[in-house]
Ligand binder design. Structure first.
Ligand SMILES: NC(=O)c1ccc[n+]([C@@H]2O[C@H](COP(=O)([O-])OP(=O)(O)OC[C@H]3O[C@@H](n4cnc5c(N)ncnc54)[C@H](OP(=O)(O)O)[C@@H]3O)[C@@H](O)[C@H]2O)c1
Length: 246
């Protein structure tokens, strides 16, 4: 199984990678191959060591620059087997007033959450034999649906991603591609560092909006893995809501 991963250096993406490594070490299945896209070369080389004895190919790429994806990823994948699974976890957060949201800031958010995913999908479909099954799981966010002040840029970009999933799925199915999204509520990862900074008791106080408390990255990764392996749904958004109302 050849996995192409983004966001695997941290949080949910790292937990997903660890889940696959654990399953591979337990199972008699053939050894997985990992290709990881990350913007930090040092973290990529740490991941390659972390994945041993399985092969881990690094692609050093900043997803804020979607124009680099087609040439870089095509070159990197040309001698590898076709990708079987794409797991797109990369994301950034931005808490900012609408009146402070400049075009470059919106562009960065849209590029990481949406434009780069579209570019990747285009490249992967072009590279794979038509009959080859490609399954894709992407990470959206409950915030895109529940909404909140100061999160317009993030929520707009995640809604663009969800639109690709929901409306692209029928087109992609004709090319043997499944695509689904996981939309979690608050997950206990480094992404929440700003929330913790403004509220030292964030983990406790979050239960006011998310009664089941912070979700662990391992739980989110497990849900992502189940969604990825579904043989009966495509074009869906699964809400991992932690009890949050939506
Ligand atoms: N945590 C939550 O409460 C929560 C809730 C709902 C949805 N999500 C979504 O879950 C996904 C995973 O987030 P997380 O919580 O696991 O956060 P995280 O620990 O901060 O991980 C974010 C990942 O995205 C990568 N990334 C960010 N910008 C990138 C860029 N320009 N190019 C390449 N990679 C980039 C980071 O790489 P570096 O190591 O280089 O920074 C890191 O691997 C995100 O899409 C996020 O929006 C999170």
């Amino acid at each position: 199984m050849h996995y192409l991963l983004t966001g695997a250096t941290s949080g949910i993406g790292k937990a997903f990678l660890d889940l696959q490594l654990t399953q591979a070490s337990n199972a008699s299945a053939s050894a997985p191959i990992f290709t990881v896209i990350a913007r930090n070369a040092a973290k990529l080389s740490e991941l390659a060591t972390h994945c041993q004895p399985y092969s881990c190919h690094g692609i050093n790429l900043d997803l804020a620059h979607p124009e680099l994806i087609a040439p870089t990823v095509t070159e990197a994948l040309k001698d590898l087997p076709p990708v079987d699974r794409l797991v797109y976890c990369a994301g950034i957060t931005r808490i900012e007033a609408v009146t402070k949201l400049t075009y470059p800031k919106n562009l960065e958010m849209m590029s990481i959450c949406y434009f780069s995913l579209v570019e990747l999908m285009r490249v992967l479909v072009a590279l794979k034999p038509e009959s080859h099954l490609l399954k894709v799981a992407v990470v959206s966010a409950m915030a895109a649906t529940t909404g909140a002040a100061y999160t317009v840029s993030y929520s707009a970009a995640k809604k663009a991603l969800e639109t690709l999933v929901r409306f692209g799925a029928q087109e992609l199915l004709t090319q043997n591609v499944f695509i689904n999204a996981l939309a979690p509520a608050y997950v206990d990862t480094p992404m929440l560092k700003f929330n913790r900074l403004i509220d030292r008791n964030f983990a406790q106080n979050v239960t006011q909006v998310q009664p089941l408390g912070l979700i662990s990255p391992q739980t989110a990764a497990q849900e992502l893995a189940e969604l990825l392996e579904s043989t009966s749904c495509t074009g869906t958004i699964r809400y991992l809501n932690g009890g949050m109302r939506y």
